[in-house]
Design a protein around this ligand. Structure first.
Ligand code: GLN
Length: 446
């Protein structure tokens, strides 16, 4: 597949021809279920779009039955930015319902397969975007990352996925899951493409009150020769599988070979991240999902009266995982439990943020696993708790609002991709991309 950088120099005729071929290729790989449908806006370089980003006149459903029939009346800011840069939203990719999940199994459109091994999950919740890029069915894609949903599927499918600093990319037109954690980001074939796409979608936007209103760009200043200090976390990675540890050691060697300085640091037990995240995320999700009542958006299942209409619509429209989280979110916000759970989670969130701030006093980047194992087989994460635990290495980055990039390091003995992430200080995307580029060069995964 041509890279984004290459595609940007194609003529209109070449692009039209490319898109026709891409259509055929997507059709031939329908079994993967990476795309929900293949619409196109404009004549530019095609970019696949996760099903929770508003594209005017497209059906946009966040992978949920409750939004079936809803047609987006406006473009998300990132979509306008793509169009202004001459790119085309092309195809809607599959995802876990309302971005809640780590496997893309909770979509109302059925599961997406991992392009490297169809018996394995592609990761989630942006599994459709990752599978599309991984299978050569997209040059690049947009995903969203609330607790790892860009980085983890990228790692499982052997591609690059980047989560920007909270506030860098406008959330206007992104279906809200947990508003204080959500960020849209690029999913690409390589680090340079991620930087290019990040530059296009990031920047100030008055329509998002949490936007950082910063417009500095990175891709024209990429410098993989910069010598950096990079933190490694020997104790923190103890819970990872042996092949992940092997990849970690390989990445450290590669970073040393590139002339970077390695510094050992520690982080508190990641089990606290899980609690803080699942309390915060479900509390915010409960509030955000309150709007899906069958009256204003999408699908309605009528009842004898208003209350019954709400009940029927939500009972039939939401899947099990979403219902579980609405219940959990309401519980942690309810009077009597609010202090014990929600407030404590916010305190823990601050501790996590402080912990990162302390490490970033001494280093430029942190090297971390993305997931504790390679992509599991379908059905392997039998219960929700096991699935939540698979997020241990990604969610603290969202809780602290930091930028991070997942890139493929090696394949294990079964041929499954292993991705690791570099994490940078808030708003230091430049260093994140510079360091990632130097690691990518040394590793030579592709
Ligand atoms: N797996 C995490 C969750 O289910 C993260 C999802 C995401 O980043 N959207 O909440």
């Amino acid at each position: 597949m041509i890279t984004l950088k290459e595609a940007l120099s194609l003529s209109k005729d070449e692009l039209n021809k490319f898109k026709k071929e891409l259509h055929t290729k997507i059709e031939a790989n329908k079994d993967l279920n990476a795309y929900i449908d293949v619409n196109n806006v404009g004549e530019g370089v095609p970019i696949a779009i996760k099903d929770n980003i508003q594209v005017k006149e497209w059906s946009v459903t966040s992978g949920s039955k409750i939004l079936q029939g809803y047609i987006a009346p406006y473009n998300a800011t990132v979509i306008n930015k793509l169009l202004n840069a001459g790119l085309s939203p092309f195809g809607r990719t599959n995802m876990d319902e309302f971005a809640m999940g780590s496997t893309t199994e909770s979509s109302c459109y059925g599961k997406t397969l991992n392009p490297v091994n169809p018996e394995c999950v592609p990761g989630g919740s942006s599994g459709g975007s990752a599978a599309a890029v991984g299978a050569g069915l997209a040059i690049a894609a947009l995903g969203s990352d609330t607790g790892g949903s860009i980085r983890q599927p990228a790692a499982y499918c052997g591609i690059v996925g980047m989560k920007p600093t909270y506030g860098r990319v406008s959330r206007y037109g992104l279906g809200a899951y947990a508003s204080s954690l959500d960020q849209i980001g690029p999913m690409t074939q390589n680090v340079e493409d991620a930087a290019i796409l990040y530059d296009i979608i990031s920047g100030s936007d008055e329509k998002d009150s949490t936007n950082a209103m910063m417009d500095d760009k990175v891709s024209d200043k990429l410098d993989p020769s910069k010598k950096l200090t990079i933190a490694v976390l020997p104790k923190y990675i103890e819970n990872a599988s042996d092949d992940i540890k092997e990849a970690y050691a390989k990445a450290i060697d590669a970073l040393k070979a590139q002339g970077h300085t390695i510094a050992e640091h520690e982080m508190m037990d990641a089990k606290y991240d899980i609690s803080a995240y699942y309390i915060t995320a479900t509390a915010e999700a409960t509030t955000n999902l309150g709007r899906y009542d069958g009256i204003r958006y999408g699908n309605r299942v009528e009842g004898a009266n208003l209350e019954e209409t709400y009940y029927n619509t939500r009972s039939e429209g939401f899947g099990d995982e979403v219902k579980r989280r609405i219940l959990l979110g309401n519980f942690v916000l309810s009077s009597g439990y609010y202090e014990a759970y929600y407030v404590k989670a916010q305190k823990t969130r601050h501790l996590i943020k402080d912990e990162y701030a302390k490490i970033f006093k001494d280093v430029d980047l942190i090297l971390s696993p993305v997931a504790p194992s390679v992509a599991p087989k379908f059905g392997e994460l039998a219960n929700p708790m096991e699935m939540y635990l698979s997020d241990i290495y990604t969610i603290s980055v969202n809780l602290a609002g930091l930028p991070a990039l997942s890139l493929p390091i090696m394949k294990n003995s079964d041929g499954m991709p292993i991705g690791l992430q570099l994490i940078a200080n808030a708003y230091d995307e430049q260093t994140l991309f510079d360091g990632s580029l130097s690691l990518e060069k040394e590793i030579a995964y592709n």
